[in-house]
Write a protein that binds this ligand. Sequence first.
Ligand SMILES: Nc1nc2c(ncn2[C@@H]2O[C@H](COP(=O)(O)OP(=O)(O)OP(=O)(O)O)[C@@H](O)[C@H]2O)c(=O)[nH]1
Ligand SMILES: [Mg+2]
Length: 283
Amino acid sequence: MRRFSAPGPATGGLGRRWPGNRLAPPAPVRTLRPSVAAETVIIVPTYNERDNLPQLVKRLMAQPVELDVLVVDDNSPDGTGQVADEIAAANPHVHVLHRQEKNGLGRAYIAGFEWALARDYEFIFEMDADFSHNPADVPAFLQAAKTESADLVLGSRYANGIRVINWPLNRLLLSIFAGKYVRVITGMRISDPTGGFKCFRRRALQAIDLPTVTSNGYSFQIELTHRVWRRGMKISEVPIIFTDRFQGTSKMSKEIVREALWVVFKLWLENGLRRTVPPPELD
Ligand SMILES: Nc1nc2c(ncn2[C@@H]2O[C@H](COP(=O)(O)OP(=O)(O)OP(=O)(O)O)[C@@H](O)[C@H]2O)c(=O)[nH]1
Ligand SMILES: [Mg+2]
């Protein structure tokens, strides 16, 4: 089923003159967008997650909120894409985006965001497939987004303590160091800027010019959050417990760390060497 819907703020058109010599708001632009039953979609990028995916979808579907799931699979050699298709064939709330080659987490998410924005979703989640992120936390994100009118809700492992299970000490220290590095260089006061469990309102994703996001690894998370932050949009954090993957293989690499070090610096340059949100007309 399809229906017409008006997207966010109206654009284009010269409009009539209103009293006070101001331009009248132009008529809303109408676009054709497929309507969806749920207002929430959980985007799950997958690469070799065939053992995790069925259980993850089951647990997501068991949450007391209505949601859809979009699996973005990069042609996983272990056949995750086929497993996803089988789940989707049996459940209309599950969708699959197949991409031809492994292109990194960031590219998979951008494709997923574009898919979600082409539909009527209001709350658009990022979530790992390996159970590091707990499906039972989804309602808390939605509540924070709604009650705090947040444009972006971040799951935080480090708000009021450290809640990470099963990580080797070096990985934990790297993550804590990365968070501090981001805070010192960019000035963003966020306790866990590298986390990948997050919920965007559609207006936040619409505001951040997705096609120009180039980072892909750890830094992808930092870059998206920085883009939302420097537009003065509201960011909230909810505490989460992060658990290291029990099955499957890790994709963490030195290259990912190097990219993050450089990208954070680049974000600071892009923000005019400021450590604060710029005045609206400058961004
Ligand atoms: N589509 C797609 N998904 C990916 C890619 N790389 C990682 N993923 C998925 O993105 C999510 C996060 O990746 P992980 O490998 O768990 O990354 P991580 O949590 O930083 O590291 P480990 O848990 O230690 O492996 C998982 O669901 C992966 O399957 C990719 O290139 N393409
Ligand atoms: Mg993981």
